[in-house]
Write a protein that binds this ligand. Structure first.
Ligand code: GLN
Length: 534
């Protein structure tokens, strides 16, 4: 088994996760079984308790682990399903070390960062992928961060103990363009690599993020100062249209050949490359639609990452360019704002969320979609919003709401799940992970999925109140998906509407560029149809 460690230098947000994911994709094309995992140096046990402003989206795995959004990239670019073993934080490491100390497992020793913390990290490296050929481990943060040191030290030890040629280090760094000088600058990269060497790690490959091409002189300079061959200086220029161009860009730099060579693996070049087809479809759409995403973190790149990616995948599946108009839900709460902001949209999507800020705007958006027969797609909170809207405006239940937003609502059509009522801790206590959902034959959902039963990932505390289901159904709301064990409403749709579907789960965690999620694909197909009609 071979190991690849990916570190980052100079600044954060360089796309280390995408680089790791793209490399994984290229290695899978060579027929290797690949798994990618992320180690994050922060002290939170998981990102589940962090605000989207701090962290971006929380990506939920099949087993219910709440993880970094990079795991979303890993699952979208490679075929393997990840588990909670593929996501490690300093919080988890210290939690485990302290538990062992309290149990007396360390037999009277002084418990220290080296060896106890580093051993814990080393154990978790291999645990992440016993059944694969290549395990890629990305370390969050930037070289030089104090909190990242135990992780880098553990990697160094791991490489020292492993067989020669079994471990390589890839460093992703920034080569900035300084406009005043009119050139790219290598100094930050030199310094970041020097920092790595100081802790005993010599990178084998340096991936240079830049917005101008690296000329041969620069490549020579980087090779000399980073102490690597010229071919190990990889240019990763900003991709033009889509992140799915990155595997192709890295392949043009022969990064996959180089990595295989460094790991002592001889494998033929692939004859077919799915990424060419994916990018080809993105670049040559036949249709174009505009959908509105009504949320409260619309100014953040990362808060709805998987939702935006899934919309792109649905576009690929439909040969359609999907423009996303990001709409701040709070802006819809002013008089006259709904028509002004939502007119002209071919579809409206309300993603997940917590807390009552912006909910009235989302309810107004759902009403607009229902009344104007515009395709509506609600995800998690987006289902709860749709049900509240229907209860208020069709069933005329005044004050209908979720108890999350109005604990004293006279009509709590959405309320807290029974088992949640006794939960005190906030971390990892929601209804999390994959659950079965039985589809109602003949519904939009059943037609889209094409199978009688599905599994989808969840992350919520509230649910549709079953006391209201019969009344909602009589008025035209269709329950098209149910959790068979507990009778929980998982999907609703509208009878007299071209495409109005809302789900209690998060389908965006199971969509891939070459295999769009069926509901996302059906939503974009409905948007194309809607556009043709008006
Ligand atoms: N806040 C809602 C709940 O906890 C919805 C959660 C979500 O959208 N992920 O049920």
């Amino acid at each position: 088994m071979k190991y690849i460690f990916v570190t980052g230098g100079v600044v954060s947000s360089l796309g280390k996760g995408l680089t790791a994911a793209s490399l994984g994709a290229l290695l899978e094309l060579r027929g290797l079984r690949v798994r990618i995992q992320k180690f994050d140096p922060y002290l939170n046990v998981d990102p589940g308790t962090m605000s989207p402003f701090q962290h971006g989206e929380v990506y939920v795995l099949e087993d219910g682990a709440e993880t970094d959004l990079d795991l979303g990239h890993y699952e979208r670019f490679t075929s393997g399903k990840l588990s909670r073993l593929n996501s490690l934080t300093s919080g988890q490491v210290y939690e485990s070390v302290i538990q062992k100390e309290r149990r007396g497992d360390y037999l009277g020793k002084t418990v220290q960062v080296i060896p106890h913390v580093t051993n814990e990290i080393k154990e978790r490296i291999a645990a992440g992928g016993k059944d694969v050929d290549i395990l890629i481990t990305e370390i969050g943060g930037t070289t030089g961060d104090i909190e990242g040191l135990p992780f880098l030290e553990a990697m160094r030890q791991f490489a020292h103990e492993a067989g020669r040629g079994d471990v390589i280090f890839i460093h992703v760094t920034l080569v900035p363009y300084v406009a005043a000088a009119g050139e790219l600058k290598t100094k930050p990269t030199q310094q970041s690599v020097a920092k790595l060497r100081e802790i005993g790690i010599q990178p084998d490959v340096v991936v240079c993020r830049c917005d101008h091409p690296l000329n041969p002189d620069l490549r020579d300079k980087l090779s000399l100062f980073c102490n690597i061959p010229v071919k190990a200086v990889i240019e990763a220029r900003d991709v033009e249209h889509s992140i799915y161009e990155l595997p192709l860009a890295l392949q043009r730099e022969r990064m996959d050949d180089l990595v295989l060579e460094l790991l002592g693996l001889k494998l033929p070049r692939p004859r077919k490359n799915i990424w060419e087809e994916i990018v080809g479809r993105i670049l040559n759409p036949k249709h174009e639609v505009t959908i509105g995403v009504v949320g409260k973190y619309i100014e953040l790149q990362d808060a709805y990452k998987s939702v935006y990616e899934s919309v792109t995948h649905a576009g690929i599946a439909n040969n359609c360019k999907v423009n996303v108009r990001r709409i701040d839900a709070e802006d819809l709460q002013a008089k006259g704002a709904v028509a002004a902001k939502l007119r002209g949209l071919d579809g409206i999507l309300v993603p997940g969320g917590f807390g009552d800020r912006g909910t009235e705007g989302k309810i107004a958006a759902a009403r607009w979609a229902r009344e104007h027969r515009i395709p509506y797609y609600g995800l998690c909170l987006g289902l709860q919003i749709a049900v509240i809207e229907f209860a208020r405006n069709v069933l005329k239940l005044k004050g209908a709401n979720s108890t999350e937003f109005d604990p004293r609502s006279p009509h709590p059509v959405i309320n807290m799940m029974e088992e949640q009522k006794k939960v005190i801790d906030k971390g990892a206590t929601m209804r999390l992970g994959s659950y079965e959902c039985a589809l109602t034959p003949g519904t939009i959902a059943a037609r889209a999925y094409g199978v009688p039963s599905i599994r989808e990932r969840h992350r919520h505390r509230f649910e549709v109140n079953n006391d209201y289901v019969a009344r909602l159904e009589r008025a035209g709301l269709v329950v098209s998906g149910l959790n068979p064990r507990r009778n929980l409403v998982e999907i609703v749709e509208l009878k007299n509407h071209p495409w109005f579907v809302a789900v209690q789960f998060h389908p965006e965690f199971q969509s891939k560029p070459n295999k769009a999620h069926p509901l996302f694909a059906a939503f974009v197909a409905a948007a194309i149809k809607h556009r043709g009609r008006t």
